[in-house]
Design a protein around this ligand. Structure first.
Ligand SMILES: N[C@@H](CCC(=O)N[C@@H](CS)C(=O)NCC(=O)O)C(=O)O
Length: 212
């Protein structure tokens, strides 16, 4: 069954791999699954045909036969459950890896997303300079605790898992701010993720579409 995902026709990041289709591409590459990509414009994303796949009018979506998914967490979990390499066999280790996926999406990504929005969407507001340090400190508050937990380990809980895939994908979004470099073990953790052949293939595939 051919897997078809959607991605931006032209990603606002110009191919830095920060759009959320990259994490799905990465999971597909880790799982060794071929896939096709359907590119959508910002306008097409808001039209009924796309909203039938994604009620919130966003990318990525995932279609596999009559299965339609949205939300990167759900898509990556689906792939991880079906294919070897992204979740441990042991049920408790598996549950912990899934916990890290949720931690990435529910605890770490929200302040990071807010940081990006503060720059991109609110940078011209009269109050943005005053708010900026508060937003950055909320990111630091998450990263300092994540950094303490990771310590000197390579990955968050034993072998690389979908939890690491999601956490690295989320942390990548802080690089531009310089905050990631304040936590050398997290910067090294992200670099380890980026060094994985599957990540490199995913990154190259999105860059091929978005290179300026
Ligand atoms: N929580 C969703 C977020 C999806 C999302 O925000 N996608 C962005 C691209 S990275 C998007 O489509 N933005 C365009 C828009 O909101 O109009 C997920 O993880 O899939």
């Amino acid at each position: 069954m051919t897997i078809v995902i959607t991605a931006f026709e032209r990603s606002p990041d110009g191919g830095k791999g920060l759009a959320r289709d990259t994490r799905v591409r990465w999971a597909l590459e880790e799982a060794g699954q071929p896939y096709e990509v359907r590119l959508v414009s910002f306008q097409a994303m808001k039209e009924p045909a796309h909203r039938a796949l994604h009620p919130f009018g966003k990318i990525p979506t995932y279609v596999e036969g009559d299965l339609v998914l949205f939300e990167t967490g759900a898509i990556v979990l689906h792939l991880a459950e079906l294919h070897a390499g992204l979740l441990p066999e042991d049920p408790k280790a598996r549950a912990r890896a899934i916990t890290w996926m949720f931690a990435a999406l529910n605890t770490v990504e929200p302040p990071i997303f807010d940081l990006a929005n503060a720059r991109l969407l609110e940078g011209d507001k009269p109050w943005s300079k005053e708010r900026a340090p508060l937003v950055a400190d909320r990111v630091r508050n998450a990263l300092v605790q994540l950094s303490a937990r990771l310590g000197n380990a390579d990955w968050l809980d034993g072998a690389f898992s979908a939890g690491d895939l999601m956490m690295v994908s989320v942390l990548l979004r802080t690089r531009r701010s310089g905050i990631l470099d304040e936590y050398p073990n997290l910067a090294a953790y992200v670099a380890r993720g980026e060094a994985r052949p599957a990540y490199k293939r995913a990154f190259a595939a999105q860059l091929a579409i978005n290179a300026p």
